[in-house]
Design a protein around this ligand. Structure first.
Ligand SMILES: C[S@@+](CC[C@H](N)C(=O)[O-])C[C@H]1O[C@@H](n2cnc3c(N)ncnc32)[C@H](O)[C@@H]1O
Length: 217
C-alpha cells in the first residue's frame, strides 16, 4: 500500500484541539441519535487515531476500529495501549478498505464514520458493504462535510493529492443510502468547522446522518 497523506499526518493528528473537539461533538450526537443500549458490536470506519471511538468508549461494548492507513493504525495502537489492561480486549484495530475488502455479513449492530467517507471514491459501494455487514435493526451513522461547492475545505490541504468528494449533498446521500438498503436517514448539523482559506475565514458545516437497515424498522 503506498504511503499516504494520512500515514504522514497520523503522528500529530491528536495534537489539534479542534479535531478533538469536533470528534467529541460527533460522538455525543451519535450517542443521542442511536440507541446504544442495543449495540453489542460496533465498527468505526475510517477511524484514524480513534478519537470518536475513545469519546464513545464507555457507552459501547465491542468496537472494531477500521482504517486504510497503517500510520493511523500505529498511533491508534499506542492509544489502545494507554487504556487500562482489562479494557483493551473490547477494541480491535483492523486495516480495512471497503472499496477492496468486505466485512462478514450481519456481524455488527452499528457502523459509524467521521469525516472519512468523503475520501472514499466509490461511496455507493461502501454503503452497500455497510448494509451487508449490519445485523437486523442495525444503524449507520455518518458524520461528514456538507457539500462544499467550490472545494475550499481541501484547497490547501493534502497538496495536490486530494481526489475525494467536496462534501455531500444531503439529498444525494439519502438516495445513495436508500439504494444501498437503508430507511430514510435523519440529518442534523453537528458542528461547523472554520478554516482560513485564501486569507478569508470560511465555515464548513458537518452533518450527522443516521439510518437504519431497511426492512427491519
Ligand atoms: C479526515 S480523516 C478522519 C479520521 C477520524 N475519523 C477523525 O475524525 O479524526 C479520514 C480517515 O479516513 C481514512 N480513509 C480514507 N480512505 C479510506 C478508505 N478507503 N477506507 C478506510 N479508511 C479510509 C484515512 O486513512 C483517515 O484516517
Amino acid at each position: 500500500m503506498p504511503h499516504t497523506f494520512f500515514d504522514e499526518a497520523a503522528a500529530t493528528w491528536d495534537d489539534d484541539p479542534t479535531k478533538l473537539a469536533r470528534s467529541r461533538l460527533i460522538a455525543d450526537a451519535i450517542a443521542r441519535a442511536v440507541p446504544l443500549d442495543g449495540v453489542r458490536d460496533a465498527l468505526e470506519y475510517g477511524c484514524g487515531t480513534g478519537q470518536v471511538t475513545w469519546a464513545l468508549a464507555d457507552r459501547l461494548d465491542r468496537v472494531v476500529l477500521a482504517d486504510a492507513s497503517p500510520g493511523m493504525l500505529a498511533v491508534l495502537g499506542e492509544r489502545l495501549q494507554a487504556r487500562p489492561e482489562h479494557d483493551r480486549a473490547r477494541f480491535e484495530p483492523r486495516l480495512l478498505d471497503l472499496t477492496r475488502d468486505s466485512l462478514p455479513p450481519a456481524s455488527v449492530d452499528l457502523i459509524y464514520t467521521s469525516l472519512a467517507l468523503h475520501h472514499v471514491p466509490d461511496v455507493p459501494l461502501v454503503l452497500r458493504r455497510f448494509r451487508a455487514a449490519l445485523r437486523p435493526g442495525g444503524h449507520v451513522a455518518i458524520a461528514d462535510l456538507d457539500r462544499d461547492v467550490h472545494g475550499h475545505f481541501h484547497r490547501h490541504s493534502h497538496g495536490d493529492d486530494f481526489d475525494g468528494h467536496h462534501g455531500f449533498d444531503r439529498d444525494a446521500l439519502a438516495a445513495d443510502l436508500a439504494a444501498a438498503g437503508f430507511a430514510p436517514p435523519a440529518f442534523e448539523t453537528v458542528t461547523t468547522l472554520t478554516k482560513i482559506v485564501d486569507d478569508e475565514e470560511m465555515e464548513f458545516p458537518v452533518f450527522l446522518a443516521v439510518a437504519q437497515a431497511a426492512g427491519t424498522v
